[in-house]
Ligand binder design. Structure first.
Ligand code: CUA
Length: 333
């Protein structure tokens, strides 16, 4: 079969661990609806022929369906809807929960390109190198308008929103090149806002990373500073340390040590989990969800920090793990 026909008849190649799940439920819905649709069409056709009007002015008798028949034709489609919903929800939760130990990559969309930053240094434009067979977590934002990061072969699509982070993840199942498209109309060159994910075998990925750093040294650009270190520098420059400590003691604001994913009480009642979205939001609009016990004195950093600076700050805060209590010695039985 030629390539063009394959493209219009079938779904794209399954490039990620998510793809087979998405396609599974997709085909399941298509096949069940086709069977039900064909059954209705066929029954209609049989009735059309069998009960056609044979003589003029004939009256058909009034028939009432028994209750059990009505119960069947309500409950069968309903159970299919519920089953699709349950299966879809299961896959949705799976697709939204990055596995432990995933590799972080920061993605910034801007008119009209995709920029990628690896936490330990190298930045890339319109090409993202990742290792195959290893989960990669994407933290996505935009510098201007709404874009959408779309990789058809991965069945992966996530909006890029200015001023906040969205999160998704994927695992490429084999080395290869996969096209990235922008799936949200974003202006003149929307259709040209393309990039490529290059999945490499793990050893090749490490080689790429080492070679990339070597090239930076040779060009005199210097090794890109890891994002965590950039974040520390940004925090110093922006004056964050005047109110936030990194040693675990609260000051004018909450301490950053162990803040990431901590459950914090809110002044307005309730609690909030300090995830990436919350950390970003508090930099842009600090008073929106104020942690209980602190004064609303923090200014907004909207427009004062670039997307790259926010990414480095978030990475820095994430790196400040809580001091873990020493686990108690195993009890003798
Ligand atoms: Cu970016 Cu469309």
């Amino acid at each position: 079969m030629n390539d063009f026909l394959r493209r219009i008849l079938f779904l794209p190649e399954q490039g990620s661990t998510l793809a087979s799940r998405v396609d599974g439920i997709h085909y399941f819905i298509i096949i069940t609806t086709f069977i039900v649709g064909a059954g209705i069409g066929l029954t209609g056709f049989v009735f059309l022929v069998r009960y056609r009007r044979r003589q003029a002015h004939a009256l058909t008798p009034q028939i009432e369906a028994p209750a059990w028949l009505e119960a069947i034709y309500i409950s069968v489609p309903l159970s299919f809807f519920l089953l699709w919903g349950a299966l879809g929800y299961q896959d949705y939760v799976w697709s939204r929960t990055p596995p432990e130990g995933a590799l972080d990559v920061y993605v910034t969309g801007k008119q009209w390109m995709w920029k990628f930053a690896h936490p330990d240094g190298p930045g890339e434009v319109n090409v993202l190198h990742v290792p195959a067979g290893r989960p990669v977590r994407l933290l996505i934002t935009s510098r201007d308008v709404i874009h959408s990061f779309y990789v058809p072969e991965f069945r992966l699509k996530m909006d890029a929103l200015p001023g906040r982070y969205t999160e998704t993840w994927f695992e490429a199942v084999r080395p290869g090149r996969y096209q990235v498209l922008c799936a949200e109309y974003c202006g003149l060159d929307h259709s040209h806002m393309r990039a490529e994910v290059v999945a490499l075998a793990p050893a090749e990925f490490e080689a790429w990373r080492a070679q990339r750093k070597g090239a930076e040294v040779a060009s005199g650009a210097g090794v890109s500073e890891p994002l965590v270190e950039q974040g520390r520098a940004v925090a110093t420059r922006a004056g964050c340390f005047q109110c936030h400590t990194v040693d675990g003691t609260p000051h004018i604001g909450p301490t950053w040590r162990g803040l990431y994913l901590r459950e914090e009480p809110l002044a307005s009642g309730g609690t909030i989990r300090a995830d990436v979205a919350y950390l970003t939001e508090s930099m842009m609009d600090p008073q929106a969800k104020l942690v209980a016990g602190f004064q609303p004195v923090m200014p907004s950093f909207q427009g004062r920090l670039s997307a790259a600076e926010v990414a480095s700050l978030v990475e820095f805060i994430q790196s400040l793990r809580p001091e873990r209590p020493v686990p108690p010695a195993a009890q003798e039985p």
